[in-house]
Design a protein around this ligand. Structure first.
Ligand SMILES: *Cc1c(COP(=O)(O)O)cnc(C)c1O
Length: 392
């Protein structure tokens, strides 16, 4: 079977230095908040064009932390797509707030600014929830329409989070999402474009006071500089907890892994784009290949196609047919979040989410990683062409 994502090929390329970096942490004893953490945060700032970066426990907690920092909670609405991984929407109930689901653009699968504006207007009219923030998702690695989304946020006075768990490293007109967003979050889950060897995440932001608040929230609401400046204490202020936070530290070992992976990440993004270009050349005339936002560069977390309506069996038969040729596929995402039982009580944009609904029934993702061999890719393309021809 051709690997869907080949982390072992990457590990072989990283070689001994990666294993040495892990062993160094093991021998140092600095398992939590070791020096690799600060170095990683410095490099994430440089890579992501952000003034501040905070490492944390996961991509999910990376979304929860800024919501906590803004004091978003019960009675508040945060707008997000329904065509995404559950964690995007889960962050809101975790702080007591409500997700409001917005439809997507049919070409890019990312947040539709028109549906977003209509959803915000509707929530305001109804007057039950207070709009506070928007989470745009760089689905499958491609940037959302940030200029348009940021304009809607500005019009309504809302904060903007870029959930770049799948898209960390993507750009639009040469800018990373933080150029438009107040906050960019990402996940270092192993299968993401930039992954570690366990769970991890990061929050990129632009304002020192806000970043300090995240630092405090990451470790149980501990007092930070601004909490203690000009005050005197009977005890070490290290154990002064001035707000309700959590434990969302990243392990030092994971930071060490990420520092090694960052060295080759730009090169891997280029390789992913070469693979995507070859897929488009091989398949563009027979299936719907992905569209990236104009001016954008995707990091291709997934390569997702749609089988045309007139192909018998469609997506549901294509998966098993490819498997017979040793080609794995995956469907992201078969059930939109607003159709999942626990989320079905939350509001959706006026008129429902027809594009989301349609896409959930059509999309299928192909093997995608920087180390996909041309021979293997040719086999995948040939198998898809044969299926479409046979069933057309
Ligand atoms: C993976 C993912 C997350 C959550 O990241 P974890 O590190 O698994 O918690 C959030 N949003 C999106 C869009 C994701 O793909």
């Amino acid at each position: 079977m051709i690997p869907f994502i080949d982390l072992q090929a990457q590990r072989a390329r990283l070689g001994q230095p990666l294993e040495d970096a892990i062993l160094k942490v093991v021998r140092s004893g600095a398992y939590i908040m070791g020096p690799e953490i600060a170095e990683l945060e410095r490099q994430l700032c440089a890579f992501g064009q952000a003034p501040y970066a905070l490492s944390c426990g996961s991509g999910t907690e990376a979304l929860v932390l800024p919501l906590m920092a803004w004091g978003i909670g019960p009675g508040d609405a945060v707008f997000c797509p329904s065509f995404t991984f559950a964690a995007t929407a889960e962050a809101m109930p975790l702080v007591g707030a409500a997700p409001v689901f917005v439809d997507i653009d049919p070409a890019t699968y990312n947040l539709d600014p028109v549906s977003l504006d209509a959803a915000i207007e509707a929530v305001k009219r109804e007057g039950k929830l207070t709009p506070k923030a928007v989470i745009a998702v760089d689905l499958f690695g491609g940037p959302a329409d940030y200029p348009a989304i940021a304009a809607v946020c500005k019009k309504h006075g809302l904060k903007l989070i870029s959930d770049s768990a799948q898209g960390f490293g993507c750009t639009l007109d040469g800018q990373h999402p933080i150029h438009w967003a107040d906050v960019t979050t990402t996940s270092f889950f192993p299968a993401k474009p930039l992954g570690c060897y366990g769970d991890g995440g990061a929050v990129l932001s632009k304002d020192e006071g806000f970043h300090d608040l995240l630092v405090s929230l990451r470790v149980h609401g501990q007092a930070v500089k601004s909490d203690i400046v000009g005050k005197t204490f009977e005890h070490d202020p290290k154990y002064l907890n001035v707000r309700i936070g959590m434990n969302s530290r990243m392990d030092t070992i994971q930071a060490a892994v990420l520092l090694e992976k960052l060295k080759i990440f730009e090169d891997e993004i280029a390789a992913r784009n070469r693979v995507a270009d070859r897929y488009a050349q091989g398949l563009g005339d027979i299936v719907k290949t992905p569209t990236v936002q104009a001016g954008g560069v995707s990091v291709w977390a997934q390569y997702t196609i749609e089988v045309p309506k007139d192909v018998q069996g469609g997506r549901d038969d294509l998966g098993p047919a490819l498997r017979e040729h040793g080609v794995p596929t995956a469907v992201y995402y078969p059930i939109p979040i607003h159709k999942q039982g626990v989320y079905s009580g939350y509001p959706v944009a006026p008129g429902g989410l027809p594009v989301t609904q349609a896409k959930a029934g059509k999309v299928i993702s192909l093997p995608m990683h920087p180390y996909l061999k041309e021979d293997d890719q040719d086999l995948i393309v040939a198998a898809i062409r044969a299926f479409v021809k046979k069933n057309n």
